[in-house]
Design a protein. Structure first.
Length: 497
């Protein structure tokens, strides 16, 4: 029989333990409410919290389970506990784009160069360029790899690596392609100076000046820039903000326009962030290969999925070599190394020839360093880290836009990448917003950059590649004030928006 004193002592202990875990739950809740811990950020691990609060692991687990039941935090398998996204309604999404069903000349170069040149100012808060912050790159690890391969193979590092490029890198790229559902051999791959050269070489291999290239719209202005420089025309394909190009509209344009090739970013496109479902990629490849029309696939954002599964590439469904898969390590490892690659399928010989004519070879040492980094297994760990960061930063930017931008704003909801495509009220001139924001030392990417005829006058692309900070939030707040002022000066929105 338990004595009354022992029973009383046990009850007191249980009451004390219950009080402790509720206190810890309250402290974590306050950190979240005050903004110290933001949605998407990891809360202290169970062990760390136990040490900080000088309580048992069991007590912390009780506190975290209580917070999880209340919807304040969420557990992620093999990752820990994270602050749950706040329950709020984001702005509505933009509608599918509706370009004219005809081929047009591209006229963006002057505007692109103006924006790119102005964006070099180091004092700017960079909300425009779709580039990660340099602090997110594995700089030390890459420097070690660079030094290591330079010491081991000094002669190779200082020699031409003629097309198809560095063998070790092509082996690593071929191995990683399996994750995207693609079976490639090292000899299928040609290394390039970033994805820009890869796209350029592919277009030159399959088309000539005056030919019509199908593109999604809106599309990355770099693609438009290349097409304009090559003297080609474009046929813009209506595009959904979530699932990418409309296949029915593409088929209709294939029947009425003399389309020579297609250039699409099917996984987390820039600027929409759209991701075409795998079954539609298969339909797309079949549609184009039956007509013997090359698909130039830019998969530069494919590794930046927010979820646990990387989407497949269209190349995974290519049986006859009509898909030319382009990629680079610019968005994941280092823009400055300028290391990219292409798997050009049946056009490999032509691409190799053009590569040799264009640059003779890519720089050897950066290729060797990235091959070393990939072989040592650091890339997967790095990808997991930046995927979590980009997911969190897109969420935080979405919340900030919801707070600070005027009513009538619409916003995409990407599931990967680092961009948000923002539709402003219809009376807002994005170019005017761009100039006013630049005067306030905030860079944006105005919508007209992303259209062959400088449409999307009331759109902006915003970059979520910078770690969230008070400085970024203040910049978004100021940008919201500028947009509100421009909207007010312009008067009533068009079409009743």
């Amino acid at each position: 029989m338990i004595s009354p004193d022992l029973a009383s002592h046990t009850a007191a202990q249980l009451q004390c333990q219950e009080s402790l875990y509720k206190q810890i739950a309250l402290r974590i809740s306050e950190l979240i409410e005050h903004g110290t811990l933001r949605p998407g950020e990891r809360v202290p691990s169970v062990r760390k919290c136990s040490e900080q609060q000088n309580v048992s692991i069991a007590t912390v687990m009780q506190a975290y389970r209580l917070l999880e039941d209340r919807g304040v935090i969420e557990a992620r398998p093999q990752s820990g506990y994270y602050v749950r996204a706040q329950r709020w309604s984001p702005p509505p999404e933009p509608s599918m784009s509706k370009p004219a069903p005809r081929a047009v000349e591209v006229q963006v170069s002057d505007l692109v160069m103006q924006v790119v040149t102005a964006g070099r100012d180091p004092s700017l808060i960079r909300l425009g360029a779709s580039l990660p912050s340099p602090e997110l790159f594995p700089v030390r690890e890459l420097h070690r790899a660079l030094s290591s391969v330079g010491r081991r193979s000094p002669l190779t590092a200082h020699s031409y690596d003629a097309p198809p490029g560095n063998q070790a890198l092509r082996v690593q790229v071929a191995r990683r392609a399996m994750e995207a559902g693609c079976t490639l051999a090292p000899d299928d791959i040609v290394t390039t100076v970033g994805v820009t050269e890869a796209l350029n070489l592919c277009l030159r291999a399959v088309a000539k000046p005056g030919d019509v290239i199908a593109i999604e719209t809106p599309t990355f202005f770099g693609v438009l820039h290349i097409i304009e420089a090559l003297g080609m025309r474009v046929c813009e394909i209506p595009t959904y903000p979530r699932e990418g190009i409309c296949l029915d509209e593409l088929e209709a344009r294939l029947n009425c326009c003399r389309i020579k090739a297609c250039v699409f970013t099917l996984n987390f496109s820039n600027p929409l962030g759209s991701c075409m479902p795998d079954e539609k990629k298969q339909q797309l490849v079949k549609m184009l290969s039956e007509r013997e029309i090359p698909l130039i696939e830019d998969d530069i954002y494919g590794n930046l999925a927010f979820g646990p599964t990387r989407p497949k590439v269209a190349k995974a469904f290519d049986e006859n070599g009509w898909v030319m898969l382009c990629d680079s390590f610019t968005k994941t490892l280092s823009p400055g190394y300028r290391v990219g690659w292409v798997a050009p399928g049946r056009f490999k010989a032509k691409v190799e020839f053009l590569k040799y004519v264009n640059t003779a070879a890519s720089a050897s040492l950066p290729q060797m360093a990235i091959a070393e980094f990939l072989q040592n297994g650091g890339f997967d760990h790095h990808l997991r880290k930046i995927r979590r960061l980009y997911s969190s930063q897109v969420q935080l930017m979405t919340e900030a836009i919801s707070r600070y931008f005027p009513p009538g704003t619409k916003l995409t909801r990407p599931t990967g990448g680092m961009c948000l495509w923002v539709e402003l009220p219809s009376n807002v001139d994005a170019l005017k917003v761009y100039h006013l924001a630049m005067a306030a030392k905030i860079s944006t990417a105005p919508g007209p950059l992303f259209s062959a005829k400088q449409k999307y006058q009331n759109f902006l692309r915003l970059n979520c590649g910078n770690p969230w900070s008070e400085r970024i939030e203040n910049a978004v707040r100021e940008l919201g004030r500028i947009i509100t002022r421009v909207a007010s000066e312009a008067g009533r929105p068009k079409n009743g928006d």
